[in-house]
Design a protein around this ligand. Structure first.
Ligand code: F0G
Length: 456
């Protein structure tokens, strides 16, 4: 059959509250024109993030009741540890309350002044944790990944020539190399098995551990299966096992591909680093068999990690994203191509050619989508990553994007059709969109709490 259906039935539902355009105008103004400031109930379709927004399965909810809340030695921890060992194969598994807590532990140990951590593209919390430790974060994305309209299979790949040159020059300062699968900040683009292997070989040559930022590992594995030669007949589990076999450790936000609302972990092979990590863990998160989580959370993660390996689910998941991508592309809306694993990214610079980077074209589109149809998206461009030089002049990042990230198992095809309709209406009137200026901003991660004003 041509139609790929949702491979699940809906047992529990949650109402969507509808607002009018004039109500949304007031709500957005009250939120300082920052979509992070809106109340969830004032959003019709929430595509702010795919993180912690999954619908759990009946099995996971049953697992919540079955959670063992023992402070030490919880049965749920052993189930959590066993499935991670089965898929990822690391010797030590350290639970944390979410992905950034795993990053915080790792970089507070290996980071610090005079160290540099390369990645294909650091996610913002990874970069923030590295910089907070006093270290430097460097992105070494391949050339294709920087071209938003180029169709290529693995635009998340690390540039291995750059990595080799970088390590040659800086190897004394590099405690480890990270690789983010899929590459969220670069458009949810996958990394090939070939690239993982090459990065591994370079790390070996310079005697550096390789760590995967593996929030969306199953989506990455599915792309390898359908796009990389030699993997067509392998199961998702086999592909995952191979991907992780090349790494020395990983950080994970379970809020993505473990299909839960909270959780994460750090997993690694090195005994000394594991001991040091657990030392930080007991001070900042909790005892090593629960980390920052309840037993029931560990149980739900263990079940989610089994469910995410289902190929029918992954096929539906990736198809949902490309379905919206195709509708937009057909209508001429510029998006990052090809669509990645968890989100559609509108190319805001091409969408709003009349709004310069320093007037935040992505913010203009994100606000317009909310006003027009109650859709919440996320600006990933000059608001999130823009900097100022010593003269106060705006330095724009490579791309101005608006991310429409899809919660897992939450929305149906008609929701997606509605999203497409709203985007197309905003696109028709794109010349009317105006830029924004920031009226107030915090020193770190400004996109969460800054306030904006439309430029008249
Ligand atoms: N690494 C990547 C690649 C991520 O996408 C995220 C979170 C994290 C690490 C941190 O994990 O949120 O559990 O602490 N990404 C979310 C997003 C927030 O919307 O893309 P966390």
């Amino acid at each position: 059959m041509k139609t790929i259906i949702e491979p699940f039935k809906i047992k529990t539902v949650e109402p969507i509250y509808f607002t009018t355009e004039s109500e949304r105008e007031t709500k957005l103004k009250d939120a300082g024109n920052n979509l992070f400031g809106l109340k969830g109930k004032d959003v019709i379709i929430d595509l702010l993030t795919d993180s912690g927004t999954s619908a759990m399965s009946a099995q996971q909810w049953a697992g919540i009741l079955n959670g063992d809340e023992s402070y030490a030695g919880s049965e749920s921890f052993y189930r959590f540890e066993a499935i991670i060992k089965k898929i990822m194969g690391f010797k030590h598994v350290i639970p944390t309350h979410q992905g950034r807590a795993a990053e915080k532990i790792l970089f507070s140990i290996v980071g610090g002044p005079d160290t540099i951590i390369p990645n294909n593209t650091h996610f913002d919390t990874t970069r923030a944790n590295i910089e907070f430790s006093g270290a430097k974060a460097v992105d070494l994305l391949n050339k294709d990944g920087k071209n938003p309209s180029l169709i290529a299979d693995f635009k998340g790949n690390m540039d291995t020539e750059l990595l080799e040159a970088f390590l040659k020059e800086n190897h004394e300062k590099v405690p480890l190399v990270m690789l983010t699968i899929t590459n969220n900040s670069g458009g949810g683009q996958p990394v090939s098995m070939q690239n993982i292997k090459e990065v591994r070989a370079i790390c070996k040559k310079y005697n550096k551990p390789m760590f995967l930022d593996a929030c969306r590992f199953a989506e990455n594995a599915y792309f390898i299966k359908i796009r990389e030669k030699g993997f067509e007949n392998k199961s998702i589990l086999e592909i995952c096992q191979e991907m992780f076999s090349y790494a020395d450790g990983m950080t994970m936000s379970a809020k993505k591909d473990a299909l839960v609302n909270i959780g994460g972990f750090l997993a690694l092979n090195d005994d000394t680093l594991a001991m040091e990590s657990r030392n930080v863990l007991v001070v900042t998160e909790g005892f090593p068999t629960y980390g920052g989580l309840a037993g029931r959370d560990l149980e739900a993660i263990a079940i989610g990690l089994e469910e995410i390996l289902d190929e029918a689910y992954l096929q539906y998941r990736i198809r949902t994203i490309s379905y919206l991508g195709e509708k937009l592309t057909e209508a001429g809306v510029p998006i990052l191509l090809p669509t990645g694993g968890h989100a559609v990214y509108i190319d805001a610079a091409s969408f709003c050619k009349h709004i310069p980077a320093e007037e935040f074209p992505g913010q203009a589109i994100a606000c317009a989508l909310y006003l027009k149809g109650g859709i919440r998206s996320c600006e990933i461009g000059s608001v999130m990553f823009g900097k100022k030089d010593e003269n106060g002049k705006h330095i724009a990042p490579d791309l101005e994007l608006v991310r429409l990230a899809f919660p897992r198992r939450v929305y149906t095809q008609s929701h997606i059709d509605y999203v497409a309709e709203v985007i197309l209406e905003v696109f028709e009137e794109k010349e009317k969109l105006k830029g924004y200026k920031i009226t107030q901003e915090p020193p770190f991660l400004r996109h969460f709490t800054a306030s904006f004003e439309e430029i008249a």
